[in-house]
Design a protein around this ligand. Structure first.
Ligand code: SAH
Length: 421
């Protein structure tokens, strides 16, 4: 979501005649697009601001947008007096106001809903992977999560608006569409005639576009995996055989405290249904270790589920107490030391799953999407349908963005392959 917001911010400022630079010393305006989901992310923003305010040109504008802006509000100006603007995730379309009035302090952390989507200028060129937000905010209220506070309550964008963005992306260079939302598979939009549209409808409509070859979506909430959505994995080959469906913990007792779906069997039933319609599907998850009151037995259940589902490409985090969340006030907070040991043990398991899956790809042929050059300039980097990185020798002929690649080698973190002409 932040990558998408960053692209929109860059496009908006380019319309105002600015160009991008990676050098703080050269910049006339410096924007930190921020994440507040864990304390570490927020801390990084303030340490970066400390560095930047010393390095920047004297009259360069400096500001933060996104969730840290929303969380800090006017306090941000007190902490960093050099700040010129603080704009929340739903008000960054107001950014041009600071260009018009550079001597003011611009603060806007309103939760104005979907207004920004109407006000942002349409993108004129799409990256190969187009991120298309379809809903914003979340109503689930997991007790550890700051998102309902920073991104607000759940709102789904009108079906026609999403399709218009998708068509625009397809006509201006996109090959892959990634639908975005904090609760993406909870997308529900009812039009003026009372017709209900769901994520499966968006996928079906998008798959009709000849320019689009790959479709995916993130992030999913397990119990929002409705049967229509599961079935479309079996019907629509453009939908990639890879799904991020976070379970967070393998312990029903902890899941209840997290205010997450706590029926592990129901979760496994969804995975099995997906496998039965799409035999080659792989699942990834996000995990939190060291949630308040998590015992050794609870944690063992998390290891157990990671082994059992054989998740690939997963993310794992130490629980981080966040403002405005219920879990931050819960008793029996777990020590950093125990969290670190548990994270290490979980990562061993997740890395093993990943290595095993990557090795199983050797010898297979996969259609992969071009991502860029590697650091040496001698290789090209592609993404497989499972979002694995695949590195190939740079060929002496032109390539197209989609290439059939034969996987020749693998390790824990990436694949190697050869382009099949
Ligand atoms: N559904 C959300 C999740 C974003 S946060 C979205 O798409 O915006 C991504 C992951 O961060 C979560 O799945 C969870 O595993 C982790 N996370 C969220 N809050 C956390 C916290 N307080 N401490 C540690 N990890 C957290």
């Amino acid at each position: 979501m932040n990558v998408y917001d960053g692209q929109r911010i860059a496009a908006m400022l380019e319309k105002h005649g600015l160009t991008q630079t990676n050098n703080v010393e050269d910049a006339d305006i410096i924007i930190l697009n921020t994440c507040a989901v864990r304390a570490k992310a927020t801390d990084k923003v303030y340490s970066a601001l400390g560095r930047i305010r010393r390095a920047k040109k004297e009259n360069a504008l400096l500001g933060i947008v996104g969730c840290v802006a929303r969380e800090s509000g006017a306090d941000a100006f007190k902490r960093i007096p050099e700040l010129n603007f603080v704009l929340g995730p739903q008000s960054y379309h107001k950014l041009p106001e600071i260009l018009k009035n550079p001597d003011t302090k611009l603060l806007n952390i309103d939760m104005s809903g979907l207004e920004k989507f109407d006000e942002l200028p349409q993108m004129t060129k799409s990256p190969l992977v187009a991120y298309i937000p379809i809903q914003e905010g979340c109503n689930h209220c997991c007790t550890y999560c700051i998102v309902p506070y920073t991104r607000g309550r759940e709102l789904s964008r009108p079906f026609d608006d999403v399709i218009a963005d998708t068509i625009n992306a397809a006509k201006t260079g996109a090959i892959e569409i990634c639908f975005l939302g904090q609760n993406v598979n909870g997308y529900k939009y009812t039009d003026e005639n009372g017709k209900l549209y769901k994520l499966s409808d968006l996928i079906r409509e998008t798959a009709k576009l000849p320019e689009i070859h790959r479709i995916r979506f993130t992030s999913s909430y397990p119990t929002e995996m409705s049967d229509d959505l599961i079935e479309i994995f079996g019907k629509e080959p453009k939908l990639l055989p890879f799904l991020n469906m976070p379970i967070q913990s393998g312990s029903p007792r902890i899941l209840k405290k997290m205010n997450r779906p706590d029926d592990i069997d129901a979760y496994k039933t969804i995975v099995n249904k997906l496998k039965s319609v799409r035999g080659d599907i792989q699942i990834s998850s996000d995990f939190i270790v060291g949630f308040p009151d998590e015992s050794d037995e609870d944690f063992e259940q998390t290891l157990q589920i990671a082994r059992e589902i054989k998740y690939i490409n997963s993310y794992s985090f130490k629980y981080s107490p966040r403002p405005h969340t219920a879990a931050a006030l819960m008793p029996n907070q777990i020590s950093e030391q125990i969290k670190s040991v548990r994270l290490q043990r979980l990562d061993l398991q997740l890395n093993e799953n990943q290595r095993e899956f990557n090795m199983s790809c050797i010898g297979k042929e996969m259609v992969c999407l071009f991502e860029g050059n590697d650091k040496t300039g001698k290789h090209l980097v592609f993404r497989t349908p499972y979002m694995q990185q695949c590195i190939v020798e740079k060929p002496d002929h032109e390539i197209t963005p989609l290439q059939k690649i034969k996987i020749t080698d693998a390790n824990k973190s990436c694949l190697r392959g050869e382009i099949i002409k």
